[in-house]
Ligand binder design. Structure first.
Ligand SMILES: O=c1ccn([C@H]2C[C@H](O)[C@@H](COP(=O)(O)O)O2)c(=O)[nH]1
Ligand SMILES: [Zn+2]
Length: 145
């Protein structure tokens, strides 16, 4: 198995832990120098609030009773769960192309490459803004498909 397939499989496995019925997202951060996973995450509610907050979808993102105001994205969880001092120069394997908020976190944390499986929301403004920031920050992005 290729290294890229192995790490993406790990991201897919992490995604399976998500309770989001419509989109499960998994992310792993890899230190390419020694090919080690240094952080993993999936989209979930903030710690301890898993059964307190709504998972309903709905179109209106700013709705008090919809998941969008509450869910913690897979990329953020992978970064805060890191088991090393920093993730400078690391690669992130993620099952969905990052949103604009995650793109900011990726850039600020020093991750230099993002390998993704799906970009099903590529026409959304958030995704275009994410692409714009990642490109301008020269974070390498590659689709594994
Ligand atoms: O960068 C991202 C973007 C989205 N997610 C999560 C947040 C939600 O739980 C789902 C998207 O739900 P939809 O019902 O498909 O709109 O994906 C993420 O973890 N990272
Ligand atoms: Zn995000």
């Amino acid at each position: 198995m290729k290294k890229e397939d192995y790490f993406m499989a790990a991201a897919c496995l992490a995604a399976q832990r998500s309770k989001d019925a419509s989109t499960q997202v998994g992310a792993v951060i890899v230190n390419e120098t020694d090919n080690k996973i240094v952080g993993t995450g999936y989209n979930g509610m903030p710690a301890g609030l898993d059964d307190e907050l709504p998972w309903e979808r709905g179109d209106e993102k700013n709705n008090y009773n919809k998941k969008y105001l509450y869910v913690t994205h897979a990329e953020l969880n992978a970064i805060v769960n890191k088991n090393c001092a920093d993730v400078n120069g690391c690669t992130m394997y993620v099952t969905l192309f990052p949103c604009n908020e995650c793109a900011k976190l990726i850039i600020q944390s020093g991750i230099r490459k993002v390998i993704y499986l799906s970009n099903k929301y590529e026409t959304r403004t958030e995704t275009k803004a994410s692409r714009r920031m990642l490109d301008q920050a020269m974070v390498d992005t590659q689709c594994t498909k």
